[in-house]
Design a protein around this ligand. Sequence first.
Ligand code: MN
Length: 258
Amino acid sequence: MSVLNGLTAALSAGVVEVVDLTTPLSGDTPILNLPQPLANTVGLSLTPVSNFDDAGPAWAWNDVTVGEHAGTHLDAPVHWITGRDGKSVDQIEPKRLVGPIVVIDKCAEAAQDPDFLLEPEHLEQWQLDHGQLPENCWVIFRTGWSARGGNSADFVNADENGPHTPGVSPAGAKWIAGNDRISGFGVETVGVDAGQAATMDPMFPVHSFLLGADKYGLTSLRNVDRLPVTGATIVVAPLPIVGGTGSPSRVFALVEGS
Ligand code: MN
């Protein structure tokens, strides 16, 4: 049997499952909210074109308005000043968007400390426990944060000092950006950086280091509790917006049952 026939047979038999890692996209989906005087993007809205009426008696369709960086979305290199000469979302090679998933689980730490930061030693310890990272992998930072996704205030978790959500330290981001086996980094939170990343040096280190190194970000992931630490495959499907800095994306994981 060919590899792909084997895969489709396994999908059909339920031996391989398709897990949807995407947050449903609606006007209620939590989006980033930057403080004044910075500008903000918009969430999703639908404007009906017709709805089985005089404007279209047998069909319904809508116009969509949505920010590139709303809901589960991909950050392309041109999103950040460090990657401004790099790829826009339409220029990302498809083969970089399909690859092995490795999960770094810090749910316990994030439950104790919402400002928990991933450091190089956590990534090095992962390799001691599970072996070298596979080629073209996507590192998924599992924090349990998506459990808050039904409530925007809980999800953003802000006080007078800004949002408090887990993320990556500048040293951790530099480590990820410097690893040529990594294609992307995915999180459960609203952005790929920590809630307090505006105060770091450099500010927003995941954006700064990864997008400057032709690696891609992925946010607002759900169902990552259903992923094994190794062995799953990610399929990331952003819209090929020409010149786009990112795109809402459908993200699937292929997970092999035991
Ligand atoms: Mn983004």
